[in-house]
Design a protein around this ligand. Sequence first.
Ligand code: F6R
Length: 612
Amino acid sequence: MCGIVGYIGHRDAYPVVVKGLKRLEYRGYDSAGVAVINEDKLKTYKKQGKVADLEEYVQGKQLESNIGMGHTRWATHGPPSDENAHPHASSNHKLAIIHNGIIENYDAIKKELTKKGHTFTSQTDTEVLIHFIEDIKLHENCSLEEAVRLALTQVVGAYAIVVMNEDEPNTLVAARKGSPLVIGVGKGEFFLASDATPIVEYTNEVVYLNDFEIAVIKDDKLSIRNTQDVPTNPYIQTLDMELEAIEKGGFEHFMLKEICEQPRSIADCMRGRLNAADGYLRLGGIREYAKKLENADRIIIIACGTSWHAGLVAEYMFEEFCRIPVEVEYASEFRYRNPVINEGDVVIAISQSGETADTLAAIELAKSKGAIIFGVCNVVGSSISRASHEGAYTHAGPEIGVASTKAFTAQLTVLSMMALRTAHNRGTISLSKYKELLVELENIPSKVEKALQLNDEIKVISEIFKDARNFLYLGRGFNFPVALEGALKLKEISYIHAEGYPAAEMKHGPIALIDEEMPVVVIATRDKSYEKIVSNIQEVRARKGRVIAVVTEGDDVIPEMAEFVIEVPAVNEVLMPLVSVVPLQLLSYHIAVMRGCNVDQPRNLAKSVTVE
Ligand code: F6R
């Protein structure tokens, strides 16, 4: 959701902060702001709109400073506006805060503060927090760090915060609970950010702050203690991220870059883990608990959005190969039920960002009931990866476009490897099938490369359908989750209403929608339900629906009946989603561009959903 950046050191802070905000703009982009201490005064500037609007607004202002912080907002409390943008200042304008998360008991605190004479200029929970810190600081006559600590012991909710004090220009105080915060450790300088992307060009030494920890950077030193005032030693880790991975590299949009990167990201995901020639398949992150997975009575998969779709594909894989029953749950529903978790159940949590609040809460709930958690995350060091007992990273590299693309195919790759490895060890897959699928998996990058060559063809189809008001996506078996994913991609970036359905379900309702204006994307690659989906296409045609079919290369049946045919390379049906999703990603991308939409930062969406 919101993105936060802080800097303290020998450089001029504003350029570092604003560049960091641009890197984080994919997290929230309805307003932005900065704070610096210039000529002994705390100065805050904030503006509704993009970081570019903020830059224009601060032109000509005196901003030189060795300390600064900035924020990109994704609105929760109060609509996007200059007033609601962060940083927020205290009553006396000496303290300022930036915040990612939600302070749930802000209303009660606000009432108390109002009684004491505090007035507020915004509708945000964050402004209440900085007034609360100020109130404690004045009454306890304590340092900023102590006031922050005392305030946080009374706060309910999630936060990553950075706080500055005009009277302590050599100090930044930061804290987290539930929302991510990374500290970059440079030579005589420190960087704070919601993720490592603003930090990587300055240093690759980072400290991931844990929940309930407060970091104080003061006089060139970093110290950490928790909200109970117990100090801990900062654990410095080396960042594994290249600068080029977070830049557009000549592409018009991050989304297109990330779609095109998939042959490499899938290969990266398998690197060192799979060697089909030797029958070698290992996931280094799953060792101690591997037997728990192999002997599981049931697997519960929890995730949201696109990651949930990857979970649906995994359900088919684990049931097919491992013969273990699988349930795929929306994390947001799972966490508020009273789910039955028995000894012998294991949980797989899937998340690109590793920070999704609902998935994190669902993990904590499952853990409290004794479940073993396997995390499948993309962001190294993320909260979900740390909350899991074991897991496997997807190694897709940073995904900046808000619509998930390469993370999805990397998730499918990891989940395929997990399912195949588990099946092999359980003895529920024949050796020949196992080896055949390892070879198939190893060949996926080249098949995805081939699918990407469909780009021009798909552009032509996009031009024809760009003004459609609705789309239907149909698939069966392994391609049913792909239909859901295709529909999600289209609606989130082009704002066209789209629905994904299992093709056979069409007769139970959606068929009523079909007329000569309805584009119906049917994923109809060769598999065991091929004949059935051919019948579904006939049913759509009989009602004059406009069929765009994704078929296996060489298909000579469907081209006779579909208006448009997109041919993807032949792949074993189990792994087909890795390839059949690619034309759907391209279709949504081109339609959105043609409609003039901001594909990388679609309205109302945030890359990392750190509030529920
Ligand atoms: C869709 C999309 C979202 C995410 C969802 C979960 O393109 O990106 O639906 O998949 O918000 O996010 P993660 O995977 O970070 O938990």
